[in-house]
Design a binder for this molecule. Structure first.
Ligand SMILES: CC(C)(COP(=O)(O)OP(=O)(O)OC[C@H]1O[C@@H](n2cnc3c(N)ncnc32)[C@H](O)[C@@H]1OP(=O)(O)O)[C@@H](O)C(=O)NCCC(=O)NCCS
Length: 222
């Protein structure tokens, strides 16, 4: 089996490890994380060290690539960029749970993570490094732009566009024909009935724009 690493060692990484184990296509040799102590184990796999270790792992241990397991959309992009510079041949692989339901005619770009219970309907596009978390659904003819995410149990209608780096939080519903801008956060439990612009935190039933946000401002940590 080809050898890979998991990038990130959080709870999100644990869910991704479970997907890889279930699919049984790759051998995980360990995790890469800049913030956690090497030698700790996550789900039985060692934290190997920081991103700077990757070229050596590729050369000496035949690691071919790995999976981005960083939940925060902007942090995931920053770490992806670091690795791309350090190791241009590193393959960013997808992780797609065997119990996700994907229509036949989808466009799914590299580095995408799709978790258990997800449904993606016909003619949709999922661009690079998006996350579709547990039990989320994406309607037909919709587009998730790069590094955007759907949190668990979010339900997205047809012909919806989710902008790059934007996050749709847990349990949110977005009706058909809606456009969400870039770097925007739709808060948990929202009902989105109108378009939302760029760099905004919006939430509520129905959704309201609450405040502006800076690029990269954390929205998951607490
Ligand atoms: C949108 C979000 C980032 C807002 O966080 P925040 O700006 O730190 O907001 P705070 O927690 O400081 O709350 C400020 C106020 O807004 C309210 N509020 C926050 N989020 C809300 C939401 N989604 N819906 C309704 N009210 C909300 C709070 O109750 C609080 O009200 P109060 O001042 O009357 O007490 C956060 O609610 C959220 O949805 N995070 C993502 C959760 C998620 O999906 N995680 C994914 C796990 S995989």
């Amino acid at each position: 089996m080809k050898k890979i690493v998991i990038i990130g060692a959080s709870g999100h990484a644990k869910v991704i490890i479970d997907i890889i184990e279930k699919r049984n296509e790759y051998q995980i040799i360990g995790l890469i994380d800049s913030y956690k102590e090497p030698s700790q184990k996550i789900m039985g796999y060692p934290i190997l060290g920081k991103e700077s270790l990757i070229p050596e792992l590729m050369e000496k241990q035949n690691v071919i690539g790995g999976i981005m397991a960083i939940g925060d959309n902007w942090s995931r992009k920053k770490v992806r960029d670091v690795i791309k510079n350090l190791a241009p041949k590193f393959k960013f692989l997808p992780a797609i749970h065997p119990n996700a339901i994907l229509c036949n005619n989808l466009k799914i770009e590299p580095g995408v993570v799709i978790m258990a219970g997800v449904i993606v309907n016909a003619a949709s596009t999922i661009k690079e490094f998006c996350i579709l978390n547990t039990n989320s659904s994406l309607g037909h003819d919709s587009v998730m732009h790069h590094f955007s995410s759907l949190a668990p149990s979010s339900a997205i209608g047809g012909h919806v566009s989710i902008g790059a780096f934007s996050a749709v939080s847990m349990g949110t519903t977005i009706i058909q024909n809606i456009t969400i801008g870039i770097h925007t956060i739709i808060g948990a439990g929202s009902l989105v009935l109108k378009d939302i612009g760029n760099n905004i935190i919006a939430y509520g039933v129905p959704v309201k724009e609450i405040k502006k946000r800076e690029i990269g401002e954390p929205y998951l940590a607490k």
